[in-house]
Design a protein around this ligand. Structure first.
Ligand SMILES: [Zn+2]
Length: 86
């Protein structure tokens, strides 16, 4: 499809996934329903490593390959549109 090789979620799908991650809820791909979402950095890291607010978090579905990227500091409320700037 696209030339870039990286499939991205539609905006509302990305938002759904991002908010689930922010709230520490189980991640499920909004597009294909796959429950294996590859998160970078991993949640298993010490809390201190998780708290870098400037770090990008990448959420990638291991099945359909779609991915969403966000910066935690930009996610302040569900209607925050700044997280969809990519
Ligand atoms: Zn998927």
């Amino acid at each position: 499809m696209g030339r870039r090789g990286v499939k991205e979620y539609r905006a509302h799908e990305a938002l759904q996934l991002i908010l689930a991650d922010r709230d520490r809820e189980p991640l499920t791909c909004p597009s294909c329903g796959n429950r294996k979402i590859q998160r970078t950095p991993r949640r298993r890291l010490p809390v201190s490593a998780q708290m870098d607010p400037y770090r990008h978090v990448t959420l990638k579905c291991t099945k359909c390959g779609r991915q969403a990227v966000y910066v935690p500091r930009n996610v302040t409320q569900p209607s925050d549109s700044q997280l969809l700037t990519s």
